[in-house]
Every structure is written in C-alpha cells, then in structure tokens.
Design a binder for this molecule. Structure first.
Ligand code: NAI
Ligand code: MG
Length: 378
C-alpha cells in the first residue's frame, strides 16, 4: 500500500531533521517492500512569511486533509515574532484537523545518560507517556490588549483559557485508554485547581467522572502541576501515563525530555483519534536557531516521530481508540517496520553514534546513515 505524506520542514533544523526522516522512511519501505511513501513538501516557512506575508496560503490547511499523514519539522525564526509563526501554522493545523490528542512518550535510550542519578543507574525507572490536550485550554487564543498607546502605563492584556466539558472528557478518556494498554496501567492527572478555580476545577470533576468507568482497571491519581515537577525529578518510577492541559503538558514534556537525556530525542504525535482527518507527527523541539545550518541537529526525535507515524498509519498505535490493523496488504508489516526503526535507533545510540546534545561527536548525517544501515541489515 502507498501512503501519501505531506512534509512541512519549516525553519532551521526542522529542514535538516525532516530530510533525515524522509531518508529513514525510504530505507524502511525499501527493506520491507510491502508499503511505500509518496512525499510531497510544502514550503511553509518563516522565509515564505517574510516574502509573501503568510506561512500557509489561503486554504492551505484545508488542503492537508487529502493526505494520509503530515510530517512536520519545526517552525519559528528570530526575525518573526514567535506568536505569529505558531498561530499562522501549527495551531491552526492542530485545531482544523481535530488533532485534539498530543502524545509524547519519554524513555531513556541505550547509550544515553539521564541527568537523574537514579535513572542513570537504572534507565527503566523512567518510562512515561504524556497526553497533552491539544485543542483548547490556555492556547485557545482568546483575550486581547487594551489599545492604550496614550496610556501605556495602564495597558491591560487578558489571556483567557477555554475549557469545555467535551474537550476535557475526550482527552481524559483517551488517556485512560492509553494507560489501560500500558504495562503499569497508571494514570496521573495534572491541574492547578487550587489557584485556578474554574476551568481547572472542571478538569478535576470530569476526570473523576470518567475515572469511575476505569475503576479497578487503571490506577489513577491527581497532582498539582508545581508538585508534579518535583515528583518527575524525585520519583520518576511512580509515574506512567500523564494527562494534562495544553500549557502544562507543553512544559512538562520539555522537562520529561530533558530528564531522559535531551530534547533532541523526544517525539510527538498530534492525533485525530476519530481518524476523520490526517494526524501530524513532529519532534517536540523547535527550529533551534543556535545550531541551525551546522549539520549537528539530533535527528532521533524526528526518527522516533516517524516510527509513531508508521504505527498510526498501520492502525496499530497503542494510543488508538480502535483495535486492530487497517485492512489491506502490507500494513501488518508496518508495525514490524516501526519496531525495526526503534531498534535501529537504539543500536546506533548504544554504539555511541550520537550528536553533541547526547554527549557524542557525530553529526546529523552520520547518525542518519548509521540508522539507515541498521535498517538495511535487518
Ligand atoms: P528549541 O527546541 O528550538 O531549542 C532549545 C534548545 O535545545 C537549543 O539550545 C537547541 O539547540 C536545542 N535543541 C533543540 N532541538 C535539538 C536537536 N534536535 N538536536 C540538538 N539540539 C537541539 O526551542 P527554542 O530555542 O525555545 O525555540 C526556537 C524556535 O523554535 C522559536 O522560534 C520557537 O517558537 C520555535 N519552536 C517551534 C516549535 C514547533 O514548531 N513545534 C516547538 C518549540 C519551539
Ligand atoms: Mg513546547
């Protein structure tokens, strides 16, 4: 079966790591021979914005609906305010395509070292999946700034979070289903419902309602986000699946990535669990202007995201609300292909072929070539 993948490399290292991911995906289809990817690339970059005044052209986001999946690099560059790049592209894609679940797994790869002493000694202590609400909450975009250039001292800006029962319920249920499929069957819900007394309180309430359906099947608890940062650092082994709001999960997943060794290895899936529209796969890091153009970006987060994309396309993602594989030839092999890619990554990091952020000396190309070679040796 052939899958049409639209690539949006974006800016900075987003371009390097998207190229690397395309190479690795092509190596997989060549090795397995039962599925192919047809790539199309869109230049929705900050350069495009400066030249033409937009990232995605009129109707561009709607046009993404015709592909099987979206592979995204990273967007943002110092000469465009970050809220513009985010709001012109990545946030509209997530909301327009109903990608309400953002799934962010974290593990420590072989040959890499966690900054946590306990996890450096026993990497199995850290094995988490953060489920991020991806469609509303703090990133709903509501609010405004009083027009007060004449009275700048009195400028007031509001940033209004929007939480809906439907939005909370669907992400909480998704997270319980995810927890149910993982060995430890534990779910921790994160809010700040002591200080924020409306939306966060609704989260807690809806969480406990949904939790009743999973009583005895999933162990669950609740944390305030500030205390959660401490628990992640002090007792990582007590956590498994984590569900949080858009902003909180954004922050916690960067912390999770850092605790696992580097933000450069962390993947994410922006999923439409109803499978009405294509889902989007991207490493969690940004365009990293500080290292762009040097050939040293870590492509591992991009590869891991590609593995998650393959699993999703095969219909076999552990996070899916649906069971089983998509009908058709070859897709069963795709689960093996995703597994093969993860093994290839692990073998390469274990051998010490790592970029600088992981303490190695290799460049993007060396790591990519090594992973492709592992794949072709299967
Ligand atoms: P960043 O993730 O781009 O970089 C943070 C730090 O991590 C930098 O020191 C960078 O060199 C390092 N780093 C990140 N990815 C790496 C990789 N693959 N290999 C090695 N080192 C890596 O975050 P920052 O600096 O806050 O943002 C830079 C730009 O990216 C901004 O314009 C921001 O808005 C944008 N951004 C875009 C995202 C997206 O497209 N989804 C997500 C996060 C930031
Ligand atoms: Mg982030």
């Amino acid at each position: 079966r052939n899958f049409s993948i639209v690539c949006i490399p974006g800016d900075g290292i987003g371009v390097d790591i998207t190229d690397a991911a395309v190479q690795v995906l092509s190596a997989l289809s060549a090795t397995f021979g039962t599925f192919t990817f047809q790539f199309e690339t869109l230049d929705w970059s900050s350069k495009n914005y400066r030249q033409r005044g937009y990232y995605a052209p009129e109707g561009g986001v709607e046009g993404l609906k015709k592909y099987d999946a979206i592979y995204f690099g990273a967007v943002g560059w110092p000469d465009v305010p970050d809220h513009i790049s985010l709001w012109q592209m990545i946030l509209p894609i997530r909301t327009t395509l109903n990608q309400y679940a953002n799934v962010r797994p974290t593990r420590i790869l072989p040959g890499t070292v966690s900054p946590l002493a306990a996890c450096a000694a026993d990497p199995s202590l850290l094995d988490w999946v953060i489920v991020r609400e991806n469609s509303e909450g703090e990133y709903a975009g509501h609010g405004g700034t009083t027009p007060s250039s004449a009275h700048a001292l009195h400028t007031v800006a509001t940033e209004v979070s929007i939480f809906t029962r439907v939005g909370i319920e669907r992400i909480v249920r998704f997270a319980f289903e995810m927890a149910l499929r993982r060995p430890r069957k534990k779910l921790t819900m994160v809010t700040k419902s002591n200080a924020q007394r409306h939306g966060m309180v609704l989260w807690d309430m809806v969480f406990y309602e949904v939790a009743r359906e999973y009583e005895g099947r999933v162990e669950y608890d609740k944390m305030l986000v500030d205390a959660m940062t401490v628990r992640m650092v002090k007792s990582p082994q007590t956590l498994d699946t984590i569900v949080a709001t858009n902003l909180h999960a954004d922050i916690l997943s960067d912390l999770a990535a850092a605790l696992s060794g580097s933000i450069g290895i962390a993947p994410s899936s922006n999923l439409d669990p109803t499978r009405t529209f294509p889902s989007m796969f991207e490493p969690i890091h940004g365009s990293a202007p500080d290292i762009a153009g040097q050939g040293i970006a870590n492509p591992v987060g991009a590869f891991w995201s590609a593995a998650e994309m393959i699993r999703w396309l095969a219909g076999a993602d552990g996070s899916s609300n649906e069971e089983g594989l998509v009908e058709g030839t070859g897709v069963g092999h795709m689960v093996d292909a995703a597994e093969c890619l993860m093994t290839a990554i692990a073998n390469v990091t274990e051998r010490g072929v790592k970029t600088r952020d992981l303490g190695g000396e290799s460049g993007t190309k060396e790591v990519t070539d090594a992973v492709c070679e592992e794949i072709s040796n299967v």
